[in-house]
Design a protein around this ligand. Structure first.
Ligand code: PFF
Length: 437
C-alpha cells in the first residue's frame, strides 16, 4: 500500500509506540494498582506478566499490522474474510473509544494539577491538605467535564494532522524529557527520611497475598500499559517499514514502558510512607495526592512540579493519540471517511462516554475495569488465537523475517503464541469468574 504513511525511521516507530505505551498507565495506574494489590507481590506478578503474556503478543500484533497494512478490523478481514473474526477487530475499535473516554478524565486531572502547581496551590501542603485538595477538585462536576472535553479536543486536533507529522515528532521530544525528570524525582523520594519502609513495601514480596484478583489485575495492567489487546500496536505496526526489525522494536518498547512504571513506583512509595497520612490502598487519587508532597520537599519544587505535570500531560497525549488513531484508522480504511470527519465523530462519541466518567468516580472505576482490563485481556486472547491458528505462526514468522536477520527465539515465540499465551490468558480470566462465584 504505497499511499499509506510510514514512520520516518525505526527509532521513530519505537518512540511513537513507546509514546503510546508510556502514559497514565505507568505513572497513575501502575502505582495505585500496586498499592491496592499488596505492593511488591504485585510488582513481581506484573513483571512476570509483561514477559510471559505481554512481549509475545506485542510481536504478534506488530507483525499482523505490518503484514496487512491495516487497522484491526481490516487486518482480521484481510486474512480471514469469513467467520466472526471481524468482530474481534470491532471489539478493539470500541475498546479504543471507551478507554479514551475514561483516560481523558484522568488526563484532565493532570491538566488541572498543572494549573494548581503553577498557581502555587500545592506549595507546602501536608497529606491531609493534599487529600482535601483532590476531593474538592474531583467533586467539581462542570470543571471535570470541561477538562475531559479539552483533552479529547487536543488529541483530535493532533490526530487530524496525520500519523508521522503529529505523533512521531512529539514523541521524540517528550519521551527523553519525561525519563530525566522521573529519575530526579525518584532520587528525591528514596532519600527522604524513612524511605526504607516504602522500599520494603515495594520490593519485599509477601507471596501469601497472591490470589486470582492480583493475577488478573497484573495481567490487565500489563496489556493496558503496553497498549496491547485492542489493536493499537497493530495499527502502529501498519505504519512500520518492512526494513525494520519487529522483535527488537517490540522489545525496546516493552523495556522502556516497564522501566517507566517501575520508576514511578520508586517515586511514589518511599515518599508515601515517609510523609504518612496517605494509605497505599488510596486508589485512583493516590499519585495526585503524593506528588505535591514530594514537590514541596525538593529545591526548585515550584518549577519541577509544573514541569512534571506538563510531561505527564504530554505522556497522556501520546497515548490518547494512539487510542483515537485505532477507530479513526478503521473509519478511514474501511468506511472511506475523511480523516476530519472520523476525528469529529469519534471525538464526540468519546466525550459522550467521558461525561459520566468525569462525574462519577464509581463509573470511572467500572469503565476502567471493563475496558481497561477485561476487554484488553479478551482481545489479547483472540489475537494469540488468530495469529497462532488462523493466520498461522509460519506466516507471521515470514513477515517478521523481513527486516530481521535472525530471530533467535522464533520457535519459542511460535509455540508460545499458539498454546501458552491463549491458555494462560484463558485460565486467568476463568479463575476470576470462578473465584467470584
Ligand atoms: N498504554 C497506555 C498507558 O499506559 O497509559 C494506555 C493505552 C494506550 C492502552 C493505547 C491501550 C492502548 F491501545
Amino acid at each position: 500500500m504505497s499511499n499509506r504513511e510510514n514512520w520516518g525511521s525505526k527509532i521513530g516507530f519505537i518512540l511513537a509506540a513507546a509514546g503510546s505505551a508510556v502514559g497514565l498507565g505507568n505513572i497513575w495506574r501502575f502505582p495505585y494498582m500496586t498499592g491496592k494489590m499488596g505492593g511488591a507481590v504485585f510488582l513481581v506478578v506484573y513483571l512476570g506478566a509483561v514477559i510471559v503474556v505481554g512481549l509475545p503478543i506485542m510481536i504478534a500484533e506488530i507483525a499482523l499490522g505490518r503484514a496487512t497494512n491495516k487497522n484491526p478490523v481490516g487486518a482480521y478481514t484481510a486474512i480471514k474474510p469469513k467467520g466472526g473474526w471481524k468482530l474481534v477487530g470491532f471489539l478493539g475499535v470500541l475498546t479504543g473509544v471507551m478507554i479514551f473516554s475514561f483516560y481523558s478524565v484522568v488526563a484532565g486531572w493532570s491538566v488541572g494539577y498543572f494549573f494548581k502547581a503553577i498557581t502555587g496551590e500545592l506549595n507546602n501542603i501536608d497529606s491531609a491538605k493534599a487529600g482535601e485538595i483532590f476531593s474538592t477538585f474531583v467533586a467539581n462536576g462542570p470543571w471535570q467535564v470541561i477538562l475531559t472535553g479539552f483533552f479529547i479536543l487536543i488529541t483530535a486536533l493532533i490526530v487530524v494532522m496525520g500519523v508521522t507529522k503529529g505523533i512521531e515528532r512529539m514523541s521524540k521530544i517528550m519521551m527523553p524529557a519525561l525519563f530525566v525528570i522521573l529519575i530526579l524525582l525518584v532520587i528525591r523520594s528514596v532519600t527522604l527520611p524513612n524511605a526504607g519502609i516504602g522500599l520494603e513495601f515495594y520490593l519485599k514480596p509477601d507471596f501469601s497475598k497472591i490470589n486470582p484478583e492480583v493475577v488478573i489485575a497484573a495481567m490487565g495492567q500489563a496489556f493496558f500499559s503496553l497498549s496491547l489487546g485492542m489493536g493499537a500496536m497493530m495499527t502502529y505496526g501498519s505504519y512500520l517499514s518492512k526494513k525494520d526489525n519487529i522483535p527488537s522494536a517490540g522489545g525496546w518498547v516493552a523495556l522502556l514502558d516497564t522501566s517507566v512504571a517501575v520508576l514511578a513506583g520508586f517515586m511514589i512509595f518511599p515518599a508515601l510512607f515517609s510523609v504518612g497520612g496517605i494509605q497505599p490502598t488510596e486508589g485512583p487519587g493516590l499519585v495526585f495526592q503524593v506528588l505535591p508532597i514530594i514537590f514541596s520537599k525538593i529545591p526548585l519544587g515550584i518549577i519541577v512540579g509544573p514541569l512534571f505535570f506538563l510531561l505527564l500531560i504530554l505522556a497522556a497525549l501520546t497515548s490518547t493519540i494512539s487510542l483515537l488513531e485505532v477507530p479513526v484508522a478503521y473509519l478511514i480504511d474501511e468506511r472511506k471517511w475523511s480523516r476530519k470527519k472520523a476525528n469529529l465523530v469519534v471525538g464526540l462519541l468519546t466525550f459522550l462516554f467521558g461525561i459520566p466518567c468525569a462525574l462519577s468516580g464509581k463509573f470511572l472505576g467500572l469503565w476502567d475495569l471493563i475496558w481497561g482490563n477485561l476487554s484488553l485481556s479478551i482481545g489479547a486472547f483472540f489475537i494469540a488465537l488468530f495469529v497462532g491458528h488462523v493466520w498461522k505462526t509460519a506466516n507471521a514468522l515470514q513477515e517478521i523475517s523481513q527486516g530481521t536477520k535472525e530471530f533467535k527465539l522464533a520457535r519459542v515465540w511460535a509455540f508460545w503464541v499458539k498454546y501458552i499465551s491463549p491458555l494462560i490468558i484463558l485460565l486467568i480470566l476463568l479463575s476470576k469468574i470462578l473465584s467470584s462465584n
